[in-house]
Design a protein around this ligand. Structure first.
Ligand SMILES: NC(=O)c1ccc[n+]([C@@H]2O[C@H](COP(=O)([O-])OP(=O)(O)OC[C@H]3O[C@@H](n4cnc5c(N)ncnc54)[C@H](OP(=O)(O)O)[C@@H]3O)[C@@H](O)[C@H]2O)c1
Length: 273
């Protein structure tokens, strides 16, 4: 739906500097490339050296890569100093896109170990919280914005996705907190609900391996309760679009008046106001 006010974009994208997390693959990689094409100066953080090299090879010289593990406080602090030192004099950071995320298991709660919950929360929720907290001071002068990649699982609870849904509900709540706390400072916060697309998070092969591993660790009583052949039930069909669509994340960074939730799925379109 066309909305001129909503579609209005900020000026001078070439003067804007934005940090994106989890750019090795998938949506983060697509967002980094998309923002680069829009003329934004991207600090693309990757988990691996390989990720950095692949991205650099396909982007303009404006894009700068760095290493960042969002679960590691020292790595977050290093990334902060790296960005601060690489911002040209008199330039501020305009945005943070918290994209790094994972799904450790698609299965009922009883099959989850402590580490399935802890790892999911550490990357999806606490990674988002700690990266935002560290970088907020750099956004104050620019009156910039925080963009958090959430999911339909942050608005609706699906069975067999407990850890992932809990983490994304947390991301939704955290984004609302930032938006309300920073309202008077002029910093905006939005979530992006990107729809379903094929990445390692939802790869049937990866999910089967995770499930087999989880099943091998639970008691016989639990295995018997779920019965034979329940594997197939919890492996998601190979659905979703082939490629992630970075369009809404791009809009959330360059919109003059960003909305609270940028959603791809038509069902959630009513939230876009
Ligand atoms: N795929 C979907 O259908 C879907 C739907 C809704 C929302 N999302 C959300 O979209 C975001 C991107 O996911 P994706 O589907 O594009 O999956 P992906 O291809 O696996 O991308 C996730 C990225 O996060 C990185 N990452 C993992 N742990 C990290 C850590 N500790 N520190 C920093 N980076 C880390 C991964 O690095 P490595 O590749 O090196 O592991 C990867 O680059 C996630 O927040 C996800 O929840 C995805």
């Amino acid at each position: 739906m066309e909305n001129k006010w909503r579609d209005a974009k900020i000026r001078n994208t070439r003067n804007r500097y934005v940090l994106v997390t989890g750019c090795d693959s998938g949506l983060g990689n697509a967002i980094a490339k998309h923002l680069d094409r829009l003329g934004v100066n991207v600090f693309a953080s990757c988990l691996t050296k390989e990720g950095e090299e692949n991205l650099k090879a396909t982007c303009s010289s404006r894009l700068v890569t760095l290493r960042l593990d969002v679960t590691n406080k020292e790595s977050i602090s290093k990334a902060f100093h790296f960005v601060k030192e690489h911002l040209p004099t008199e330039k501020d950071l305009w945005g943070i896109v918290n994209n790094a995320g994972l799904q450790t298991l698609h299965a009922p709660i009883e099959l989850h170990s402590d580490s399935h919950f802890e790892k999911t929360m550490a990357v999806n929720l606490f990674g988002t919280v700690y990266v935002t907290r560290e970088f907020l001071p750099l956004l104050r002068r620019s009156r910039g914005r925080v963009v958090n990649i959430s999911s339909d699982a942050g608005l609706m609870t699906w069975p067999a996705r407990s850890a992932y849904c809990m983490s994304k509900y947390g991301v939704e709540s955290f984004t609302d907190c930032i938006r309300r706390e920073m309202y008077y400072v002029g910093i905006n916060a939005s979530t992006v609900i990107p729809g379903a697309f094929k990445t390692s998070i939802v790869s049937p092969a990866g999910m089967t391996a995770q499930l087999e591993d989880a099943c091998s660790r639970v008691s016989e009583e639990v295995r018997d309760f779920y019965g034979e052949g329940f594997y197939e039930e919890y492996i998601c069909p190979d659905t979703g679009s082939q490629k992630p669509d970075p369009g809404n994340a791009g809009k959330s960074v360059v919109a003059s008046s960003p909305i609270n939730i940028f959603a791809v799925i038509a069902f959630f379109a009513f939230l876009q106001q």
